[in-house]
Design a protein around this ligand. Sequence first.
Ligand code: FAD
Length: 320
Amino acid sequence: MSGDVFVIAEHRDGAIIDTTYELLGRAKALAGASGGEAVAVLLGSAVAGLAGSLGAAARVIVVDGPGLASFSPSAYQAALVPLVRERQPALVLVANSGSGMDVAAGLSAALDLPLAAYAIDLTVDANGPLVTCQLYAGKILAKVRFTGGRGIVTVVAGSFPADAGAAGGSPPVETVVPAATDERIRFVDLLRPEAGDVDITRETVLVSVGRGIGEQENLELVEALAAVLGGAVSSSRPIADAGWLPRTRQVGKSGLKVKPKVYLALGISGAPEHLEGMRSAELIIAINSDARAPIFSVAHFGAVADLLDVVPALTARLGG
Ligand SMILES: Cc1cc2nc3c(=O)[nH]c(=O)nc-3n(C[C@H](O)[C@H](O)[C@H](O)COP(=O)(O)OP(=O)(O)OC[C@H]3O[C@@H](n4cnc5c(N)ncnc54)[C@H](O)[C@@H]3O)c2cc1C
């Protein structure tokens, strides 16, 4: 076994996705502690040019083949299994994204390596890696160790700062031709969210509302607050599922990832799938009637209160 920490790099439309930088930054720190290197593993077809965006890695392994032109869980697994088996990294870090969860679970099963999912923290001490996983919609935090010291970790977006892993440069690149391919699952089409009336990914202030709003009519109160703050209204998934707001306003795993300067979370519990879309916001303020709501674990400021009391009072105070 080496002390290396592999990071499976995600990319889309010819650019590395931020979560990869979050993982790389942490991989560097972990590899230092385990006596190995942070190694980015880049899969795709003719993607070697992206290695220049992975300067935080000590090395980049480019696994390049036509069968990897678009994401396919079976093709990625077929390409990665022999590589991980041969190189024996101490850890394989994968984003807890839709594709990342497929890759990590497949690798874990094929290599009989333990998998810790929904990780929000990851350190290495004298006893090896220690992973903190957020379970049951964030109501339980589990501290996990790997028997044997090696494992695969899927990390929730926003758990680590991207800055530490975002660097250009020219790391040494090793190109590997996939040892095997598997076309049982073929990529057909990428469905992108429709352009909406408001692009919540570009707003600097988001007033985001969850099931705690109670009734659709109460949305008026939130719209009024967003108006005085010069922001837009976004939501958790149940609000979009109910059709109270368009899907384009949904924040989270199956919605959009936002990074506003201010994110006001009103009546949102803070499930991991929601946090995945907003935990990188610069300032998070939560209002929730339940003091134990997981949203308070990521909020910079919070009030345990009824949003139906606070929102109109805040709007009035701000001059609305
Ligand atoms: C594959 C998958 C993808 C998903 N994708 C997403 C996603 O993209 N985005 C997303 O948001 N979710 C997503 N989810 C759903 C997610 O797991 C949660 O169910 C959802 O985020 C919960 O929404 P909520 O916080 O609005 O509702 P709840 O969890 O019901 O929380 C409501 C909160 O409001 C509080 N509250 C109630 N009344 C008041 C009041 N009067 N004043 C103040 N607070 C009050 C309660 O204390 C509670 O904390 C996904 C789930 C899966 C399985």
